[in-house]
Ligand binder design. Sequence first.
Ligand SMILES: [Zn+2]
Ligand SMILES: [Zn+2]
Ligand SMILES: [Zn+2]
Length: 169
Amino acid sequence: MATRTHKHTDTHAFPKPGHNHDRCTADALKKAAAVCAQRKTRLTDIRREVLELVWKSHVPVGAYDILSQLNSGGGRTAPMAVYRALEFLLENGLVHRLASLNAFIGCAHIGKDHHAAQFLICRVCETAAELDSAPLTRALTQAVAERGFTIDSQIVEISGFCPHCSPPT
Ligand SMILES: [Zn+2]
Ligand SMILES: [Zn+2]
Ligand SMILES: [Zn+2]
């Protein structure tokens, strides 16, 4: 019998297609509410609705898509209201913005103070998984500091293929 090397894979990072996503969303909303309460700020209806739409899946979503989904039932939410809500969610670490896609993704580590995040973005299913690697963040921060650079915000975006999708052969 061949022994298989035990590979440490964080299966949580890339949830299986068909997993109980309602639980992911409920969990994120609960944590978001707790963060807002702690910061004495309010998760208003529009902020919560936008956060819920960002959490609709693990695929990053653009501001325009959020707006059209909000108004799909005949609503008249103004684009500015969505942008402001996203700004609030960004400032409070509830979502991250992925520049390469010009889209937003729910933070997988709400409540944890992190100005740095690394994302693995699947080119097939477009799922974006947040890495929470302290050694990686430390190494990057140090390498940058050695060049006399001060980091304002740091989002590293890595594109490739998730464990549920295979690279084209
Ligand atoms: Zn999920
Ligand atoms: Zn995060
Ligand atoms: Zn994938």
